[in-house]
Design a binder for this molecule. Structure first.
Ligand SMILES: *Cc1c(COP(=O)(O)O)cnc(C)c1O
Length: 370
């Protein structure tokens, strides 16, 4: 049985977590010493002025929207081809997600459709760097500037990916990374917000810590806050992971290369496509597209019988049951998202996958497709 994804954890993670547990400082309201070290490593790596650790990528997106001043009734432009959290965070802020369809080869927001979606109530654009590939940020930032919109990057799948040599997550007003065990690096549960804006950073540190102010007075709450803190054990894992980020990214790239070498010949699939503006892919997943004539469910089931898991990343968000109940969405509204969502197949992928495992997956996929 090959796992769908795996964290890449070693002795250094174990040592740092043991150190935290023995130290007795397991969590801290204003940010413990391990969290500060982890945040500094992210700041240095991506080149952001501030990194604010939080309890998940989802929590980070929620707080990023609040820091950007998103209020009930505001509209936020995003895509329905994503993991559910990039839309849910907008609903948490009682704002309205306004979907724009995706580009058929990058699966990212189609920037040529954004301006048509802007109304007087639009306050922000939330581009998702899907599967590790940065969005067309030059166009998105130009539109945002012209219409005075905030840009919040969902970089949860894209730590280490670069757009024209700039780090994904650092191009907009705020960016968010996620550290669930299937992401580029892990902390168990966890996330990180990055921004160059001092006011946002101060507000985010208060919002994650029950709305306490900078003075650190324990029972004084100056605003409605949340408990979205990252604990010290998680931060210790994250610090150890950051120390080897370059190695992790290189290993992921190698696994992707093995897949591309093995699958290049198959005519009934399309391989991941890298845009010219993508100067580095972080390779969160390896997602192929099946030819429309291929029955995806049959492929998934046949591979599953052979111990090879796959995932249909991603079913369109606007067609999820709770979205259909709440909004007047129907199929056909976002045709590219729906077409892509019906034909993608994520193959098992991680930095610890061996060449033999990749070859096993590819040989069986080829057979199933015949
Ligand atoms: C994983 C992910 C998130 C949420 O991260 P969690 O840490 O699981 O809350 C948000 N957006 C995208 C695109 C993701 O892939």
């Amino acid at each position: 049985m090959i796992p769908m994804s795996s964290p890449d954890i070693g002795d250094r993670e174990v040592d740092l977590v043991s150190f935290v547990i023995r130290s007795g400082v397991l969590a801290s309201g204003s940010g413990g010493p391990m969290l500060r070290r982890f945040e500094r490593m992210i700041e240095d790596f991506v080149g952001a002025k501030h990194a604010i650790g939080v309890s998940s990528g989802t929590a980070g997106l929620h707080l990023a929207l609040l820091a950007a001043g998103i209020r009930p009734g505001d509209e936020v432009i995003t895509t329905p081809f994503s993991f559910i959290a990039s839309t849910n965070c907008i609903l948490y802020a009682a704002a309205l997600p306004i979907f724009v369809d995706i580009h058929p080869t990058t699966f990212n927001i189609d920037s040529s459709l954004i301006e048509d979606a802007i109304t007087p109530r639009t306050k922000a654009i939330l581009p998702v760097h899907i599967f590790h590939q940065p969005c067309n940020m030059d166009t998105i930032l130009a539109i945002a500037k012209e219409h005075s919109l905030a840009v919040i990057e969902d970089a949860c799948e894209a730590l280490g990916a670069t757009y024209k040599n700039s780090q994904a997550g650092t191009l907009g007003d705020l960016g968010v990374y996620a550290f669930y065990p299937n992401k580029i690096i892990t902390t168990g549960e966890g996330g990180m917000i990055v921004t160059d804006n001092d006011d946002y950073a101060a507000l985010l540190r208060s919002l994650r810590n029950q709305g306490r102010d900078d003075s650190g007075t324990w029972l004084s709450h100056v605003r409605l806050g949340y408990n979205y803190r990252m604990d010290e054990m998680s931060a210790a894992i994250g610090l150890a992971q950051m120390e080897q980020l370059e190695t992790l990214l290189a290993k992921r790239e190698q696994v992707a290369r093995w897949y591309t070498e093995k699958l290049g010949e198959l005519s009934s699939i399309t391989l991941p496509w890298t845009a010219q503006s993508t100067t580095r892919n972080s390779w969160w997943v390896y997602v192929i597209r099946l030819h429309p004539s291929v029955n995806r469910r049959r492929v998934t089931e046949s591979l599953s019988d052979l111990g090879i898991p796959t995932r249909p990343y991603f079913p369109p968000i606007h067609l999820q049951p709770y979205m259909l109940e709440r909004f007047a969405y129907r199929s056909g509204m976002f045709p590219v998202t729906e077409r892509v969502g019906a034909s993608t197949l994520a193959l098992p992928f991680s930095s610890i996958m061996s060449k033999q495992q990749v070859e096993f997956v590819c040989a069986n996929l080829e057979e199933v497709l015949q």
